[in-house]
Design a protein around this ligand. Structure first.
Ligand code: NDP
Length: 486
């Protein structure tokens, strides 16, 4: 018997207030119990148009403000969100499934990113080229793109949104966000709080609903100048194709299958701990989770034993239960996909050393749980090697040395993150140079810094988020030539 009560939300936040979508109601499920606890109507093309028109109306006034004023307003709004974090944390856990601790970490990071770009507003400059000819100077202005569509998935609804919202609005754009159909509630409340905190009406709008209807309508809308997307590679490719009509700008943060290389001179305990945290955090549902481990033969047994022991020790439970260290997967489909990838891998080889199925605890029967899983030495063409595994299952391979490890690491369509564990500076440098990925952590793991650009190579994406570089993807430059002499 469900203890969840069904709540409803009109589904949108447009021009500074709640907005009622006109599409059919979409159920919102608590992944820890499997119960539907809310219903939110999806946005239609007309609802997307209302949100985009509101963003367009707000654009001229917003982009005319001094950049530092926009930063000041964003900082005040972010501060207001921070004051209400205790309200957002359980809401995120309820609709996403992650533990309360992970929800707090996520939302804290999302607020940090808003603050970071608010501060960076003072660094948003163009360039100056004096004396191009006698009496002639050149200036490169940065202008906002206009209305930006932000399409965000369900694994980190608030951080992945802030990564787009913060540089976009500081650069003078206005935004319409479409969260995942299964995680609209935290985003809607986030938007309300930002508005209460002083972000002017229309600068940030939200229209919820399905990707196929609401998402597609946003990408196709003629007034949307840019789409910033995080999600799967196939959908990213569809969006890029659709955005070609109208020559819209796109940034794509897509899938990953991040390799971790553990050398024979590594701090084995630290590396094993990083592998476990890097794979099982957020129930493995992160683009830059560690998804493949390559360990030198000499330390392989030790590493496998330690990672397996950690996987077995993790306390799996509902996100809101005391002491839970890993929550459920986000949906039953997601859980079945991961279970299928593990099974298809074991069918062709490899040794299961931990997990491999749902928990035995009948209390968890209704939720979408899957135990932390470790598979050792499956074939290199098995599904766990070639596909993105978006859940708590880690393959580990023994390798003969650095050359083999790098070759295996690069034998993937993805190129998002990577890590190498060694005390040898030369090896670390070689790995950083040769691994095909947008990020390489050395003796460290999976933490993305606002200070550094982040973005994938190969099928992992196009464009950068974070860093000052993010501004390049939310502005056009204009060269202005000024003749002041005779
Ligand atoms: P999707 O790529 O399908 O969804 C991401 C976002 O895009 C959601 O808001 C979704 O809306 C929207 N969307 C879906 N289709 C379209 C479309 N045609 N046009 C515009 N927007 C669209 O990812 P899923 O959530 O379905 O996850 C599937 C797989 O993708 C995962 O198993 C994982 O492998 C990968 N993934 C990777 C992520 C990463 O961070 N790298 C994040 C999430 C997923 P809606 O949810 O309403 O369909």
């Amino acid at each position: 018997m469900s203890t969840d009560t069904i709540v409803t939300h009109p589904g949108g936040f447009v021009a500074g207030r709640e907005y009622s979508n006109n599409g059919p109601a979409l159920p919102i499920t608590n992944p820890g119990t499997g119960h539907v606890f809310a219903e939110v109507p999806g946005g239609t093309e007309a609802d997307v148009d209302a949100a985009v028109q509101a963003a367009r109306e707000a654009l001229d006034e917003w982009s005319a403000l001094a950049v530092s004023k926009r930063g000041e307003i964003l900082a005040a709004a972010a501060h207001h969100v921070e004051e209400h974090i205790d309200e957002l944390v359980p809401l995120l856990t309820r609709e996403q499934g992650k533990t309360l601790r992970d929800s707090r970490i996520e939302i804290t990071k999302a607020i940090d990113t808003l603050m970071h770009y608010a501060g960076l507003s003072k660094a948003l400059r163009g360039a100056h080229a004096p004396n191009l000819d006698p009496g002639v100077d050149g200036t490169v202005l940065r202008r906002p793109l206009g209305v930006v569509g932000a399409i965000v998935p369900w694994n980190f609804p608030t951080t992945l949104l802030s990564n787009k919202l913060a540089p976009a609005v500081v650069a003078g754009n206005t935004v319409v966000a479409k969260p995942a159909g299964t995680t609209p509630l935290t985003t809607l409340r986030y938007a309300e709080l930002l508005a209460e905190g002083g972000l002017p009406a229309g600068v940030f709008n939200v229209v919820t609903g399905s990707g196929s209807v609401t998402g597609t309508a946003l990408v196709k809308h003629p007034l949307v100048r840019k789409i910033a997307f995080t999600g799967s590679t196939p959908v990213g490719e569809q969006i890029m194709a659709l955005a070609a009509r109208g020559t819209k700008r796109v940034t794509l943060e897509l899938g990953g299958s991040d390799p971790m290389i553990i050398c024979d001179d590594a701090d084995v305990a630290a590396a094993a701990s990083a592998a476990s945290m890097g794979r099982f955090y957020n129930c493995g549902q992160a683009c830059l989770a560690i998804k493949r481990v390559y360990v030198f033969d000499a330390v392989a047994d030790e590493v496998i034993e330690q990672i397996t022991a950690k996987a077995k020790r993790l306390k799996v439970g509902r996100g809101d239960a005391e002491g839970s260290q890993m929550g459920p997967l986000h949906t039953a489909v997601q859980r079945d996909e991961v279970a299928g990838q593990v099974q298809r891998t074991l069918d062709v080889g490899g040794t299961l050393t931990a997990g491999g199925g749902p928990p035995e605890d009948p209390e968890l029967g209704g939720g979408f749980f899957y135990m932390p899983t470790v598979v050792v030495d499956p074939p290199h063409d098995a599904p766990m090697a070639t596909e993105e595994v978006f859940g708590p299952a880690l393959p580990i391979w023994r390798v003969s040395g650095l050359d083999e490890a790098i070759e295996r690491a690069n034998a993937s369509q993805f190129g998002l993150g990577s890590s190498v564990w060694t005390r040898d500076l030369h090896r670390a440098r070689q790995a950083a140079e040769r691994i095909e990925a947008g990020y390489t952590w050395i003796n460290s793991r999976t933490k993305v810094y606002d200070e550094l650009p982040f973005g994938g190579w190969k099928s992992s994406g196009y464009g950068k988020e974070h860093g000052e570089e993010a501004f390049d993807f939310y502005t056009e430059t204009k060269s202005v030539v000024i003749r002041s002499g005779p």
